[in-house]
Design a protein around this ligand. Structure first.
Ligand code: NI
Length: 167
């Protein structure tokens, strides 16, 4: 299975809102597994289809230390959120940038698994943050948009410079 290329901020395609998945077929299962492999290979703890330029509501995540608790979420939806926490976040689409972001502490997320069965996951800590972060990608939002306009401007400039150097 190939590793998929990951779009980098400020690529405007990252702003595309993803559409709901209406059919879970082999092509989608294949995409999910390729995304999982890409996430593990990066390495990262989550990846949204938006980041690999597929604008469908699909995310993969594994925030376990053992890296063996893969979650594949089709059409994820926030059902409940509680509390707040501030923690450092990064993103595979914004390499080398980490900053403190406020998120809900605990979330319950509903989704379909790859067999089309309705599931829910209750998450706290890193997995909770990861799911919130990845669901934002599906709405075309990147974590740096929580930061001040000045910080965003600096991050943009830094990544555009990196892109020129590596091009
Ligand atoms: Ni991200």
């Amino acid at each position: 299975m190939p590793l998929l290329p990951i779009l980098r901020y400020p690529d405007p395609r990252l702003k595309t809102p993803a559409t709901a998945i209406t059919e879970i077929d082999d092509e989608l299962r294949r995409l999910a597994l390729d995304m999982a492999e890409t996430m593990y290979g990066a390495p990262g703890i989550g990846l949204a289809a938006t980041q690999v330029n597929v604008h469908k509501r699909l995310i993969v995540a594994d925030a376990s230390e053992t890296r063996d608790r893969l979650l594949i979420l089709v059409n994820p939806e926030l059902i409940q959120s509680e509390g707040s926490r501030v923690g450092e976040e990064g993103c595979l689409s914004v390499p080398g940038v980490y900053d403190k972001i406020e998120r809900a502490e605990r979330v319950v997320v509903g989704y379909l698994d790859l067999d089309g069965n309705r599931q829910t996951v209750e998450a706290e800590g890193m997995l909770s943050v990861c799911l919130q972060h990845e669901m934002e990608h599906l709405d075309g939002k990147i974590f740096v948009e929580h930061l001040s306009p000045l910080k965003q401007k600096r991050i943009r400039a830094k990544l555009l410079k990196q892109a020129r150097v590596t091009a």
